[in-house]
Structure formats: structure tokens, C-alpha cells
Ligand binder design. Structure first.
Ligand SMILES: *[C@@H]1O[C@H](CO)[C@@H](O)[C@H](O)[C@H]1NC(C)=O
Ligand SMILES: *[C@@H]1O[C@H](CO)[C@@H](O)[C@H](O)[C@H]1NC(C)=O
Ligand SMILES: *[C@@H]1O[C@H](CO)[C@@H](O)[C@H](O)[C@H]1NC(C)=O
Ligand SMILES: *[C@@H]1O[C@H](CO)[C@@H](O)[C@H](O)[C@H]1NC(C)=O
Ligand SMILES: *[C@@H]1O[C@H](CO)[C@@H](O)[C@H](O)[C@H]1NC(C)=O
Ligand SMILES: *[C@@H]1O[C@H](CO)[C@@H](O)[C@H](O)[C@H]1NC(C)=O
Length: 400
């Protein structure tokens, strides 16, 4: 067995079996997961939403940690009712679309709403992550699989969820020397349509094994180019305004790395993520020079670091916005995977608590299709024989 750390063992250390690559078989493991291996890193993926389900690296003591949320097997992704978008690719348009409406060339399109239901709008006031049957509710096809990479594909039919035209997309993940790369290509084959993708990965850089806290509030975050953010109303729909994050304010993560928990002590954290919500669920802009080389070390979009595990994640991307969500709506009802948590003492429940994780999403300006004044059309509207949609992101891991 390649992928299984001891289940419920009372040992102090998890047995070290996952990082070691076995001979590549070209098939998923008995849990339906597709494992790939790099130098000092292993990851597993499932066709459901082209989701990452496990990401294993050593912490500062050489102990393997599984630092993303997910489920123990591919079949459970279909069974789970909460659908927190664990590790998937939201599409064809990530994040929120105001009033489930947009216009292209003067023509209005109405897509299916799926968030914020009210009496007069029982389905919802807006669309989140591509609709009630968005991409991360569907099984992608596996079109290529090697020892260190996997490519998923989806054909999203004309009219699905109300979007115009067919979209064909390929999602490739690969592992290198302590790196996880993703390339997402999408092509509008028949009509002009909006496309915006992301990777909706939930991180706990301690693998939920921190014996001091099961929260991720000790994680430090730095977003050096994110002095501005998208203003939203109380259901997180952009108002059109772009706000600045003054140095030392609650949404300032640019001036220096800041513990996410320190932000919770700052004025303005209440209601910062919408009505009656305390925490973060915000879209920051990534204000680098337009002609930047996104791979260069000085192009860092975000750095997340946990002092306990020592694990540091650096994110590089060609995308110009970045959403961070502090797991405000986790409520302790979602089980940890068998590869996560403390095994030697029942100090914390084996579930994900509120504020126990951090979601980091590279993307474009949210709801840019409804804000032509932002000038995002060429990044968000695609047409047959035009440029393809291309998202690239590198996750680079180190011990710091
Ligand atoms: C699949 O995973 C779920 C959740 O992680 C778990 O409850 C269930 O027992 C697993 N099923 C099998 C057959 O392993
Ligand atoms: C909101 O959506 C409704 C129903 O799809 C539509 O009739 C209305 O024109 C939209 N409002 C705006 C301001 O776009
Ligand atoms: C997977 O491939 C099959 C066979 O070509 C196709 O019918 C199906 O629509 C594809 N699935 C997706 C999600 O595109
Ligand atoms: C991985 O990178 C480290 C430092 O960045 C280097 O020392 C090491 O040789 C690399 N390993 C491989 C197998 O390339
Ligand atoms: C907590 O975890 C750290 C790091 O693994 C370890 O050094 C320490 O002994 C643990 N403390 C307790 C009380 O288990
Ligand atoms: C605000 O949220 C808390 C839980 O965080 C909940 O108990 C309370 O009912 C909510 N209040 C309103 C007015 O929705």
C-alpha cells in the first residue's frame, strides 16, 4: 500500500510510507485516488472536481504531514452533503456573480443562482462557483497520468447552468522538487462566454496535528502586492469599488507577514466577511507590474507559514487577484482524513473546527464580468478561435 498512514494508531509518529514512491502502476489506489510523486512531496487527486485530496511533505522534524483537507476516498466526494469545495476547480466561473446575470455584447444572460436564498428568490440571489452543478460537482476525465503528473479534462456543454457555449478544459497538476504546479487551460469552442477558474485548496500547514491548537490562526500570511481589495456588500458581492488596505489595518497583509489570528484582534474583523461573519473571505488585488515574470522570486503572490510545523508555502501565479478564506463556516462537523490529526492523544476532536484552515485561491478580479470599468474583459471573456484561458500557479514548499 502506497498511500496509507496508520489509521487511529497510538504511535507518536506516523509511519513514513507515503513520500516513498512505489513503482508507477498507472491506476488509482484502492480508495480511487491518483497519487503522483516529486522530490520530498507526494499528492493524490480525484476526478470529482479535479480535486487535490492529499498533499504530503515533511515538517521541520521530518514527520510527514498531510496539509490539505479532503476525504479518505474518491467515492465520498459524491456522498458528502456539505460540499465545501475541498481542493477542486470551481468553474466555469469561480466565485460570485451578482444577480446571476451578465451581459456580453449587449445581450443579457441569466444563469442558475445557488447562494443566499430568500422568500422571493428561493434558489438564491447570486451564483457561486459556477452554479448548483458547477465543475467541482462533476467527475472530470483523466486524460494523462504519469508518475509525477496528472491531467484532467472536462467538456462543459452549451447552456449548462445557463452559460453560453461549450467550454473544453484541461487541468494539469505536476510535482517537482518540493513544488506543486497547476496549469488550467480552457477554450470557448462555440460562443463567447465568461471563464474564470481557481484552485480551491484548503490548507492547514500542521496537518491538524499541532498539539497546542487545532486552529490555523497561528499561520502567518504575507501578500506583498496586495495593498488593495475588492469591496463587497454583506453577501460578498462586489460593489465595484476598490478599497485600499492601509498599513496596520485589518486587511493589511502586505506591509509584513501577519499571524491571521492577529487580524482577529483588529478593528473591523467583525462583518469583514459579510453579514454577521467574523473573519476573512476577501479578494485582494495582486498589483505587480503588468509585464512581470510571475515565476520570479520577487513575484510572490502569497506566503503562508506555520511556526509549529515550520512548513512554508510560497504561491506564484499569473493571476492578478487572490481570495483568502479563514474557514469561518466550518463548524466541527467535517471529519479529518485518517492521515491527519493527533494520533497519540485525544486532545482535539478529529474534525475541522471553525478557523481550522485557510483557503487560498488564485483567480482574477471577482465578478469582473459585471464591472467593465475594471477592464478585465480580456481576462474573463473568451471566444472561439480567440486566446485560450490560461491559469498557472506554482506552490513552492520549504521549511522556515
Ligand atoms: C470513505 O471516506 C469517508 C470519509 O472520509 C469515510 O467515512 C468512509 O468510511 C470511507 N469509506 C471507505 C469504504 O473507506
Ligand atoms: C436580475 O436578474 C433578474 C432575473 O434574472 C433580471 O430580470 C433582472 O433584470 C436582473 N437585474 C439586474 C440589475 O441585472
Ligand atoms: C468524459 O469522456 C466521456 C467520453 O468521451 C464523455 O462522454 C464525458 O462527457 C466526459 N466527461 C466530462 C466531464 O467531460
Ligand atoms: C532539490 O532542491 C534542493 C535545493 O533547492 C537541491 O539541493 C536538491 O539537489 C534538489 N534535488 C533534486 C533531486 O533535484
Ligand atoms: C508537541 O509537538 C512538538 C512538535 O512535534 C513536540 O516537540 C512536543 O513534544 C509536543 N508536545 C507534547 C506535549 O506532546
Ligand atoms: C450570527 O452568527 C451566530 C453564529 O456565529 C449565530 O448564532 C447567530 O444566530 C447569528 N445571528 C444572526 C442575526 O444571524
Amino acid at each position: 500500500m502506497r498511500s496509507h498512514l496508520l489509521l487511529g494508531a497510538t504511535a507518536l509518529l506516523l509511519p513514513s510510507v507515503t513520500l516513498a514512491a512505489e513503482a508507477f502502476t498507472g491506476s488509482p489506489d484502492p480508495d480511487g485516488k491518483y497519487w503522483i510523486h516529486g522530490e520530498g512531496i507526494a499528492a493524490a487527486f480525484v476526478p470529482y472536481g479535479a480535486s487535490i485530496s492529499n498533499l504530503i511533505i515533511n515538517d521541520q522534524y521530518g514527520i510527514e504531514r498531510d496539509i490539505v483537507t479532503g476525504f479518505d476516498n474518491a467515492s465520498y466526494y459524491h456522498i458528502d452533503k456539505q460540499h465545501p469545495h475541498f481542493g477542486g476547480v470551481p468553474g466555469r466561473y469561480a466565485n460570485r456573480i451578482k444577480n446571476s446575470t451578465f451581459k456580453i455584447d449587449g445581450e443579457s444572460y441569466h444563469i442558475i443562482p445557488n447562494e443566499n436564498p430568500t422568500e422571493s428568490h428561493p434558489q438564491g440571489l447570486n451564483t457561486l462557483h459556477g452554479g448548483p452543478d458547477g465543475w467541482d460537482w462533476r467527475d472530470f476525465n483523466v486524460t494523462a497520468y504519469t508518475a509525477n503528473s496528472i491531467t484532467f479534462s472536462i467538456v462543459d456543454p452549451d447552456g449548462k447552468e445557463g452559460f453560453p457555449g461549450e467550454v473544453v478544459s484541461y487541468i494539469t497538476y505536476s510535482l517537482g522538487n518540493l513544488t506543486w504546479d497547476a496549469t488550467m487551460i480552457a477554450i470557448a469552442t462555440t460562443k463567447k462566454t465568461p471563464i474564470m477558474l481557481s484552485s480551491h485548496t484548503y490548507w492547514n500547514l500542521d496537518g491538524f496535528a499541532n498539539n497546542q491548537t487545532n486552529l490555523a490562526l497561528d499561520h502567518e500570511l504575507w501578500m506583498p502586492y496586495s495593498g488593495q481589495r475588492v469591496a463587497v456588500d454583506n453577501i460578498l458581492i462586489p460593489t465595484g469599488e476598490i478599497l485600499s488596505n492601509p498599513e496596520g489595518s485589518v486587511n493589511d497583509f502586505w506591509s509584513k507577514p501577519k499571524r491571521i489570528g492577529d487580524g482577529f484582534k483588529q478593528e473591523g474583523i467583525e462583518g469583514n466577511c459579510g453579514f454577521n461573519c467574523t473573519g476573512y473571505d476577501n479578494c485582494w488585488l495582486v498589483n505587480r507590474p503588468q509585464a512581470h515574470n510571475w515565476r520570479s522570486p520577487d513575484s510572490l503572490v502569497a506566503r503562508l507559514h506555520s511556526p509549529w510545523s515550520g512548513i512554508q508555502l510560497d504561491i506564484f501565479s499569473n493571476q492578478e487577484a487572490f481570495q483568502m478564506y479563514s474557514c469561518n463556516f466550518q463548524d466541527g462537523t467535517m471529519a479529518l482524513k485518517s492521515t491527519q490529526g493527533l494520533f497519540d492523544e485525544p486532545k482535539f476532536p478529529r474534525t475541522i473546527p471553525k478557523y481550522g484552515c485557510v483557503v487560498l485561491e488564485v483567480q482574477d478580479y471577482i465578478d469582473g464580468i459585471n464591472h467593465p470599468e475594471w477592464g478585465r474583459q480580456s481576462k474573463q471573456i473568451f471566444e472561439p478561435a480567440g486566446d485560450p484561458y490560461v491559469l498557472q500557479v506554482r506552490h513552492k514548499f520549504s521549511i522556515a
